[in-house]
Ligand binder design. Structure first.
Ligand code: ATP
Ligand code: MG
Length: 220
C-alpha cells in the first residue's frame, strides 16, 4: 500500500486490514512515498511520514513499513517500486497494490499502467463517493486484475486531518493515538495549508534540543 501518509490515519489502516482479511494476504507493506510528483509542494518531511507510519502499524504483526521509496532521491513512480518488489519476490508470489478507489481513478496519469497491471494485481478499497466503472472502462488491461474491497465507510482523509490540526480541532479518534502524539510533539500541520516545520531530515518545530535531528538517527 503506497501513500503519502501525511499523516497516516484510520482510513488507511482499515483499508489495509480489510484487504488483508478479504484476500487472505500474508503481509501488508506500507510504502510511504518520497517526494511525490503528484503533490510536489508542502508535503511533510519523509522521515516524519515514515515514523508516523511505523508508529501506526507497530502493533499489527502483518503490517510492515518499507523505506523503498523514501530512500530513493527524486520522484518515484509506483511502477518502478512494483518492479523492484517483483524482482525481490520472484515470479511466483502474488503481489497486490492496495489503493483507495479515488487513487485508482488517477491511474491513467501514471507512467505505465499496462506494466503496472502486469506486475501486480490491484485491490481497490471503495471509499465513499467513488466507484470503479470509469477505470475499468478506460484500461482494458485492468480486466481481471482489480479486486474491489468494500470497507466500512470512513470519510477520513489526511487533507482533512491537516486542516483540523491547523484549526485546533481534535483528531484523536481519526488517527492512532501514537500518531496524534507524534504530530503534537513535532508541531506538524500547525500552519494552514501545510507548512513544514522540519527541514527534511532534521527540523525542530519548537523548543530547541528536545528532539535529536532526524538525520542523526539511524533510519534502518
Ligand atoms: P490526502 O488527503 O493528502 O490526499 P489521503 O487521505 O488521500 O491523503 P494518501 O496518503 O493520499 O491519503 O492515500 C494513500 C492511499 O490510501 C490511497 O490509495 C488512498 O486512496 C487510500 N485512502 C486514503 N484515505 C482512505 C480512506 N478513508 N479509506 C480508504 N482508503 C483511503
Ligand atoms: Mg489522497
Amino acid at each position: 500500500m503506497g501513500g503519502t501518509f501525511d499523516p497516516i490515519h484510520h482510513g488507511h489502516l482499515v483499508a489495509a486490514d480489510e484487504a488483508r482479511w478479504q484476500l487472505d494476504l500474508e503481509q501488508v507493506l506500507f510504502i510511504p512515498t518520497g517526494q511525490p510528483w503528484q503533490k510536489p509542494v508542502g508535503v511533510t518531511a519523509a522521515e516524519d511520514r515514515y515514523l508516523m507510519t511505523v508508529i501506526a502499524t507497530a502493533s499489527n504483526p502483518a503490517f510492515v513499513v518499507s523505506r523503498l521509496e523514501i530512500d530513493v532521491p527524486g520522484p518515484t513512480y509506483t511502477v518502478d517500486t512494483l518492479r523492484r518488489l517483483r524482482a525481490r519476490l520472484g515470479p511466483e508470489t502474488r503481489l497486490f497494490f492496495v489503493t483507495g478507489a479515488d487513487a485508482i481513478l488517477q491511474i491513467l496519469s501514471w507512467k505505465d499502467p499496462e506494466e503496472m497491471f502486469a506486475l501486480a494485481e490491484l485491490i481497490a478499497a471503495t471509499r465513499p463517493g467513488h466507484d470503479l466503472s470509469d477505470l475499468l472502462g478506460a484500461v482494458p488491461t485492468a480486466a481481471g486484475r482489480v479486486h474491489s474491497v468494500r470497507i466500512p465507510a470512513l470519510a477520513i482523509s489526511s487533507t482533512d486531518i491537516r486542516a483540523r490540526v491547523a484549526s485546533g480541532a481534535p483528531i484523536q479518534y481519526l488517527v492512532p493515538e501514537g500518531v496524534a502524539h507524534y504530530i503534537e510533539k513535532r508541531g506538524l500541520y500547525r500552519e494552514p495549508g501545510g507548512g513544514d516545520p522540519g527541514e527534511p531530515g532534521g527540523g525542530d518545530p519548537g523548543e530547541p534540543g528536545d528532539l535529536p535531528p532526524l538525520a542523526d538517527r539511524d533510519p534502518r
